[in-house]
Every structure is written in structure tokens, then in C-alpha cells.
Ligand binder design. Structure first.
Ligand SMILES: CC(C)(COP(=O)(O)OP(=O)(O)OC[C@H]1O[C@@H](n2cnc3c(N)ncnc32)[C@H](O)[C@@H]1OP(=O)(O)O)[C@@H](O)C(=O)NCCC(=O)NCCS
Length: 470
């Protein structure tokens, strides 16, 4: 079908930049959970976000500035200090449709223009027809195909096309692989292209606020010029249109083969982003993170190669909640109550290998700096082995990184074990809700825990006095 070129006004750019900033925040949160250290951060700034995942990561940047006021100088000071403490430059990617005051502010602060990148878009109003290519099968990759997908995509990135303006940055292979894993943990869906049964390339799709973000597209060098990328693009666009997206966007290097490819498929240039960089001050000019923190980071970071197969990992979970129901049920006696909240908030899962051995559901409250652990449990055969503590530690980190000040949890007064568990994690008792567990609220009468009738609920809280990064 004939598609009209998109006209990108400030409102559309705001929407696209907002979902981009959300994606960076979600992927960086996933990186922080994967690394299980305190090296990363997510800091909100004037409608955008400053994120640091790990050394040299493509997520180390400021995204989405300039659509919700100008950033406060004190906040920028804090962000610049946080990057400097990690020995990293600050890279702000600013849309040309952003408030011009942002460019002026950053150049005043010593940022210099390192390069540009292009954001292209296609309207999906009216649907998008998937095109079949002989010999190429494109579909959503299965979990057990993720490593093959990753190999193909990372291999593809390692051999970029040499058309157009070269990128000002290069990412080591293991950093790219980590970034793709973090994208997956943040809910980005991976599409796989198979030629004669072999993985030839991949691409990714994230849908947010009606915007289809196309990321991570690469074809292994041996399979180039056969239509693999066109097939991947068409499949993702068709799925995005069917899911109700009205616009698809992609970011490319100016004048690159990728830009040419998407323009051939009907995309138009919406806007460019200026990439503004401020170098980290010379060694010694800032207080690097104190020795104990650095030591902690070095001790705890485990590279992919050094992780034992059954090492415990905590990641954000974006799959079906129903799959986790047996775990939720360990902590909730009322099916009615569980049905009412199982889909709420975010869920962290503890993985041993590929087995989900525990979970923690974190929900927002009506106060922006207060969060609640709504439900958590550890597989029965692995209770009392430290999994619950690890989940709570990760939840505390996550909440602290989002400037949360208080974490709440409620448990049955009868459950002495849980009361011990939460107090061992630093929670303190706050209030008692008498007769919270009744037939009226969905609980069978006569339930007894450790000889005590299930009746009252105890609220506990944990004050997060940890300062924000920097
Ligand atoms: C409560 C629960 C999540 C704790 O997870 P866990 O992995 O067993 O806990 P950990 O091994 O990390 O224990 C951390 C500390 O809490 C203590 N603890 C955990 N469960 C305990 C219990 N039932 N009784 C006494 N202490 C307990 C541990 O001994 C350990 O203490 P330590 O610091 O002195 O060594 C887990 O037991 C569970 O899934 N229970 C069933 C579901 C449930 O009730 N969830 C909570 C709903 S509010």
C-alpha cells in the first residue's frame, strides 16, 4: 500500500524520545540485576534518563532530554559526577526537535558535538502486510535459540557495512552480547531469520505506547544480500501493526546501508539526534568511588565465562505470570486475592541455570517513593539457602535506584518464620491490621500456621537511606 511520508512534529518526537528513554532505563535496570553490583545507575532528568550499565555499554548515555523542561544544573552536576566516578564520558543524545535551550546548556557545560544519528519512521496505520521470502524463515526466536540468535547478531555487528558516516563508537563483542541479553530481560522480543535451517540473522522489536521500536538488526556476513533483513523487517512491522502500533521507528548511522535499506521499505527521516559528549575529567580530578566500593564491585562482578552453571541470577521477568502461579501460591492462601493482583507491578525471578527458583513481585503505591513487596516465594526445596535474601537485596537496589525511600511488605502475624525472614533483611514492624484474613477478604476460616490462627496482618517497612548514585 502507499504510505504517506510521516511528518514529525514536536509531540511525535516527544513520544518517540520518551519510549527510547524508557527502554534505556529498563535495559539498564536489567544490566544492574545481571551484574548484582552497585556499579550501574538510572537517574531521571527532565523527562529523560541518564543510565550507566557497565563499562563501554551502549546504554551509558543520557536519552530523551529536551521535552519536559531544561535539566536542573544540580541534577546535571550529579549525573556528570556519577559518570566521572566510573571513569566514563557523558554522552547525551539530543533530538533536533528538543528544546534548543538544552543544546545551549550542554555546550556551555563543555559538551562537544561528536556525531549525529538518524531516527526514521514509518506509519503503520492501515496495517502492514508480511512478505514471504523464499528460503528464509522469520519468526520469534525461542528461549533455547537465544544464544544462536546472539551469535548471529553480534557477528553481524562486528562486521558493519562500510557505507555512510562511520560510527564514533565501537563496542566490544562481550559488551554487545550483554546489551542484547539485557534488552531481552527488559522485554525486547527477538526475531530470528533462518536460511536452510541455519540462523542467518536477527532483529528485535519492542512495543511501547503504540510505537514499534526496531533494534538490534544484523545479518551474519555469509548470508548478506539475500533479503534476510528485508524479511526480518517485514515480519516485525506486520506484527507491530497487528498489535496496534501506529508508528515504527529505527535509529541508523547517517547515510548507512541500514538507513538505505529502511528507506527502501518506506521509512522517512523524522529527525536527527546530536551526540554531545563530555569527557571524563583526568584521573585524580574527581574522587573515584571509594576503595571499599571498588573492591566490592571487583569482587562481585562475574563475567559470563566465570559464572558456574548453577550460579544464582536475579533478572526482571516479562513472561506470563501464570507460569509463576505455583510460586505465587506458596505465599498467598486466597485464590481470589491472587487473581486480583498477580498481573500487577514488576516481577524479579531468581534463576539457577534456567530454573526459576524464586520470585519477588514489586508494586508501586500511591506515593512515588514508596514501593511494596506484594508477593515473594522461594521453591520449597531451596528455601533457607539464601535465595530470598538475594531477591530482597535486588529489590532494594532497584527501588533505591529509582529514588525510592521506603519498601513495604505485609505478612501474616501467625507466620513467625516470615517475620524473622523480613527482620533479618532489615525490615521493621510498622502496624498491625487486625482481622485482615477473613472469609470476606477471601481466606478460609480456621487456617492455622505454626499453631497460630491466621487472622491478623503485620506491615513492615524498610527505609532506604542509601544515597542516590554519586
Ligand atoms: C519467606 C521466604 C521467601 C524466604 O526465602 P528463603 O530463600 O527461604 O530465605 P533465605 O534463605 O534467604 O533466608 C534469609 C534469612 O531469613 C531466615 N529465614 C528464612 N525463612 C525463615 C523461616 N521460615 N523461619 C525462620 N527464619 C527464616 C533464614 O534463616 C536466614 O537467616 P540468617 O540471616 O540468620 O541466616 C521463603 O521461605 C518462602 O518462599 N516461603 C513461602 C512463601 C512465603 O511465605 N512468602 C512470604 C509471603 S509474605
Amino acid at each position: 500500500m502507499n504510505r504517506l511520508p510521516l511528518f514529525c512534529d514536536v509531540a511525535m518526537a516527544r513520544r518517540i524520545e520518551r519510549v527510547e528513554a524508557q527502554l534505556m532505563a529498563a535495559a539498564t535496570q536489567a544490566a544492574c540485576l545481571r551484574r548484582a553490583d552497585r556499579g550501574g545507575f538510572v537517574m531521571r532528568v527532565a523527562g529523560g534518563v541518564a543510565t550507566f550499565a557497565e563499562d563501554g555499554s551502549p546504554f551509558d548515555k543520557i536519552a530523551g532530554l529536551g521535552f519536559d523542561g531544561t535539566p536542573d544544573a544540580a541534577v546535571l552536576d550529579r549525573i556528570e559526577r556519577a559518570f566521572a566516578e566510573r571513569g566514563a564520558p557523558v554522552q547525551a543524545e539530543v533530538s533536533e526537535l528538543a528544546d534548543p535551550a538544552v543544546g545551549a546548556l550542554l555546550t556551555d557545560r563543555g559538551y562537544w558535538l561528536a556525531s549525529f544519528e538518524n531516527v526514521l519512521g514509518l506509519t503503520l496505520d492501515g496495517g502492514y502486510e508480511r512478505v514471504a521470502f523464499p528460503g528464509i524463515e522469520v519468526r520469534v526466536g525461542r528461549d533455547d535459540e537465544f544464544e544462536a540468535w546472539l551469535d548471529a547478531v553480534v557477528e553481524g555487528f562486528a562486521h558493519p557495512d562500510d557505507q555512510g558516516v562511520p560510527s564514533h563508537e565501537e563496542f566490544p563483542r562481550h559488551v554487545l552480547a550483554n546489551a542484547e541479553r539485557d534488552f531481552a530481560a527488559a522485554g525486547v522480543v527477538h526475531y530470528i531469520a533462518l536460511c536452510d535451517g541455519t540462523v542467518a540473522g536477527g532483529g528485535s522489536l519492542r512495543i511501547a505506547d503504540g510505537v514499534a521500536q526496531l533494534t538490534g538488526a544484523a545479518t551474519a556476513p555469509a548470508y548478506r544480500r539475500r533479503g534476510v533483513q528485508t524479511a526480518l523487517l517485514s515480519a516485525r512491522l506486520a506484527d507491530a501493526a497487528a498489535a496496534g502500533c501506529d508508528i515504527a521507528v529505527v535509529t541508523t548511522q547517517p547515510g548507512s546501508k541500514s538507513q538505505q535499506n529502511v528507506q527502501r521499505r518506506g521509512f522517512h527521516l523524522l529527525y536527527s539526534r546530536s551526540v554531545l559528549v563530555k569527557q571524563a575529567p583526568a584521573e585524580g580530578a574527581v574522587n573515584r568511588r571509594d576503595a571499599s566500593t571498588t573492591d566490592h564491585v571487583t569482587r562481585k562482578v562475574r563475567g559470563p565465562g566465570t559464572e558456574t552453571p548453577d550460579a544464582l541470577r536475579v533478572v526482571q521477568y516479562d513472561g506470563s505470570r501464570e507460569k509463576l502461579r505455583p510460586l505465587f501460591e506458596l505465599a498467598e492462601d486466597s485464590p481470589t486475592q491472587l487473581d486480583g493482583y498477580i498481573e500487577d507491578g514488576r516481577v524479579l525471578v531468581a534463576l539457577r541455570g534456567t530454573d526459576m527458583v524464586g520470585h519477588l513481585q514489586l508494586v508501586a503505591t500511591d506515593q512515588p517513593d514508596i514501593f511494596e513487596i506484594k508477593n515473594m516465594a522461594v521453591r520449597e526445596d531451596l528455601q533457607r539457602t539464601g535465595v530470598g535474601k538475594r531477591l530482597v537485596d535486588c529489590a532494594i537496589d532497584l527501588v533505591a535506584r529509582e529514588s525510592g525511600r521506603r519498601l513495604l511488605v505485609a505478612t501474616a502475624a501467625a507466620d513467625i518464620g516470615n517475620l524473622r525472614f523480613y527482620q533479618r533483611q532489615g525490615f521493621r514492624m510498622r502496624t498491625v491490621e487486625r482481622d485482615a484474613f477473613t472469609l470476606r477478604t477471601g481466606y478460609e476460616p480456621g487456617t492455622v500456621i505454626e499453631g497460630i490462627e491466621l487472622r491478623d496482618r503485620v506491615w513492615l517497612d524498610h527505609l532506604l537511606d542509601r544515597p542516590a548514585p554519586s
